[in-house]
Write a protein that binds this ligand. Structure first.
Ligand SMILES: *Cc1c(COP(=O)(O)O)cnc(C)c1O
Length: 432
């Protein structure tokens, strides 16, 4: 924790009712309101000051709800594309890169923009929050939180399906304050969530909160702040692969702050999030002009989640219809939801590597395809100022460079949420 750090001032606002209130600590909802709604941060500083790059992501801390800074972060880097832009005939393509790509100046060693969330959420924690954080994840989120908590001595429980533990590779062994618990073989992300919910019934633990956590969204919003800093204006259109859509909601919120700032333009960028066929529930609801998700058969959803290459995009309960959620965002800003197949992903990964020299995650490849679809359909002119959010990159490079000493996190406990003594067992992990 840096001594000189001055936390920024902010209030929380209920998006549905407009009520503003103080953040009394880890609020995820308006405590005086039972109608579901996201809450949003309202920063006192309307003009953002971009602080020095050495602060990592905290260069954007004027617009982050954090009490302090943490070690080891890297900010997203935005640069003007030459290779991919030329290949696609785009005049003003900007790439916002999160991942491991030292030659571009971005060194997220867990390789995805989930680090922007983790560094923001964990820095929102204060001395008052003397409970243990619990995070459920299928992969990238787990890796990001495990790294940040390990390097900054923050106790955390990470809940992951046992089948996904191969995704928990790290640059070095983790500090003992990070405990992994797993739902048994044959279970998926939803069972890992159920397990984490069960752990949070104990008053020793508390849930990270996901999309409802303003720190999570404002962390992801820094990808757009990076773009605004590089370009000098709000982009005309925004491309990102989504599972929950939280990153795109965050992008829309960042856009509104930048309008209030006054120096970056007064327009809303059109939002073009994309999904991986056959797992397309947000796309399907949007195309049906429905604020609520369409009914989903449980087995079919599991099969579809299993089939897609971009596994991180398989969220079944996204913050879509809720006030201030993704439906409101695209309705307000304009845009559409695009699709990509598994085969498109292979092609786009190859294209990006060839034209930009960087290996990208399957999810990022979905965003590239979504962008191509948008331009090919004439939804945006080819000279539009485009922000392509490359949400994860450089894992292949990172693993090549660290092949001989990667560390794999092992579970302390493998258990189903239905087991009676599971809460006591997890509590016991922290007793020594
Ligand atoms: C989590 C994740 C996404 C999806 O993000 P949301 O905005 O939460 O839907 C996209 N790409 C990568 C690499 C991710 O890890």
């Amino acid at each position: 924790m840096s001594k000189q750090f001055e936390p920024t001032h902010y209030l929380l606002k209920n998006v549905a009712t407009g009520r503003e209130f103080k953040d009394t600590g880890w609020l995820l909802n308006d405590p005086q309101c039972t109608t579901p709604s996201l809450i949003r941060t309202i920063y006192s500083k309307k003009q953002i000051c971009f602080k020095e790059d050495s602060l990592g992501i905290y260069k954007f801390s004027d617009w982050m709800p954090v009490n302090h800074t943490l070690k080891g972060s890297s900010a997203t880097v935005t640069y003007k594309s030459e290779g991919l832009a030329k290949a696609l005939g785009l005049g003003n393509l900007y790439i916002s890169l999160s991942g491991y790509c030292p030659e571009k100046g971005v060194t997220m060693t867990t390789c995805s923009f989930k680090e922007t969330e983790a560094y923001s959420v964990c820095a929102r924690l204060s001395q008052k929050d003397n409970k243990i954080l619990v995070v459920a994840s299928a992969g990238n989120t787990a890796r990001a939180f495990a790294k940040v908590c390990s390097e900054n001595n923050i106790p955390v429980v990470i809940s992951v399906p046992e089948e996904n533990i191969d995704a928990l590779w790290f640059e070095k062994p983790l500090n003992d304050c990070v405990k992994l618990i797993c739902s048994p073989k044959g279970t998926d992300y939803f069972d890992a969530i159920a397990l984490s919910d069960k752990i949070c019934t104990s008053d020793k633990f508390f849930a990270e909160g996901g999309a409802k956590n303003v720190a999570r969204r404002d962390g992801m919003a820094t990808t757009v702040l990076s773009a605004a800093q590089t370009i000098g204006r709000i982009p005309d259109c925004y491309f990102q692969a989504i599972g929950s859509g939280t990153g795109t909601i965050a992008a829309w919120e960042a856009n509104m702050r930048l309008i209030e700032d006054g120096r970056f333009g007064s327009h809303k960028m059109k939002l073009f999030p994309s999904q991986n066929i056959p797992f397309t529930p947000i796309h399907d609801a949007w195309k049906a002009s429905s604020r609520t998700m369409l009914p989903m058969d449980d087995d079919q959803a599991r099969i579809a989640a299993h089939e897609i290459t971009a596994k991180v995009l398989s969220n079944r309960k996204p913050p879509y219809g809720i006030a201030g959620g993704l439906y409101d965002a695209i309705n307000d800003a304009g845009g559409d939801i695009e699709l990509a197949t598994n085969r498109d992903i292979e092609e786009m990964k190859e294209l990006f590597l060839k034209t930009e020299g960087i290996d990208i995650y399957s999810a990022s490849a979905v965003a590239v395809k979504g962008m191509i679809n948008t331009f090919e359909a004439g939804k945006m002119p080819r000279d539009a100022v485009a922000m392509l959010n490359i949400t994860g990159a450089g894992e292949e490079k990172f693993k090549r460079e660290h092949a001989d000493h990667l560390f794999y996190l092992k579970p302390s406990i493998v258990a189903a949420a239905s087991e009676d003594d599971v809460v006591a067992k997890v509590e016991a992990l922290f007793q020594s």
